[in-house]
Ligand binder design. Sequence first.
Ligand SMILES: Cc1cc2nc3c(=O)[nH]c(=O)nc-3n(C[C@H](O)[C@H](O)[C@H](O)COP(=O)(O)OP(=O)(O)OC[C@H]3O[C@@H](n4cnc5c(N)ncnc54)[C@H](O)[C@@H]3O)c2cc1C
Length: 340
Amino acid sequence: MNQKKRIMNKRQKSIWVFGDYRNYYSNRVTLQLLSKAVDLARFISAEVCAIVFGHEIEEWIMEYTAHGADRIFAIDHPSLANYNTENYLAIIEKLVRQRDPDVILIGATDFGREFAPRLAKRLNTGISADCVGLDITEDGLLIQIAPSFGGNMLAEIVTENHRPQMATVRPGTFKEIPHNYERKAIVERLPLKDKLLKSRIRLIEYERATAKEHTIENATVIVCGGRGLSNKKNFRKLDELAKLLGGDVGATRPVVNAGWAAHQALVGQAGKQIKPKILFSFGISGAIQHTAGLGEAQFIIAVNKNQQAAMMKMADVAIVADASDLLGALIKELKKRIRG
Ligand SMILES: Cc1cc2nc3c(=O)[nH]c(=O)nc-3n(C[C@H](O)[C@H](O)[C@H](O)COP(=O)(O)OP(=O)(O)OC[C@H]3O[C@@H](n4cnc5c(N)ncnc54)[C@H](O)[C@@H]3O)c2cc1C
């Protein structure tokens, strides 16, 4: 977007958050982004705007208002009931060109990861993918903090010459602010121009995955396992421990690659950011790509046969032991105590 034109028109700054509500109950990334947007907007006196496309979307309008949006761009139309990349892109591109936001934040969900880079390309602007932090300068330059060089460094990226500034952000990176149903927002209900709906994709059928949806980002107890558990049978004992503790199971990448756990359980740079109160870590070395996902774990108990492992050094309690043996013993002891 033309920088000169922006400077000449004294305008209300705005930070937009894309409303990704389709997996709302397992993934509250839009609310987390709204919370961060409120923070950033305060600093540069900007308006926080949420975009909601879909059909029968009143619930989301209410929810985004309660979680910090000042203005909502809403398009409610039966043809938007199901997500369609090309249609969604055409609509949002037009809206962005009309309203000229400073920043657009999108959750790094499957949906956001597909949608956001395409939008950036259409708008001829930059985007940082999978950010794990955001900040802003007084003059509105968004600092996009993202893992780079294989996750060995956190880079601070800025988009100096193009607008809007865009970032996708990992679920779990920010905490949502508590809802306030007294809040009011300006809701702009926009018409949908048929000519924008030119998608080459036709939806034939929509079926929800039957597999249990992991809610690992929101779990308060997580038992996480790595290659040190040796095999799938040992690893699956974590299910039993998680059940006894009322928690969820997380995994490292080699474990996921070996097929011991589903990709949704992956914790770290390429997976989920977790924020449990208690994290058990069995047979995990603590590579930076894994620990990048543990930023908000409050209390870590690590089990490793190598005392020098990075995971042991960052743990609050480090137990030098065989991971499978200790896991088995812990399950046995917990069962005994539960039986009384
Ligand atoms: C671009 C990129 C992205 C990545 N993203 C991720 C990511 O999101 N998440 C992730 O996890 N990884 C990721 N990785 C991989 C990461 O670099 C590490 O390879 C991985 O985290 C190591 O997993 P691990 O700890 O299970 O295995 P290892 O590093 O092999 O560690 C196994 C540990 O188990 C201990 N051990 C062995 N036997 C026993 C035993 N009997 N009892 C107790 N302890 C034992 C060992 O001492 C060792 O510390 C990524 C890599 C790249 C390049």
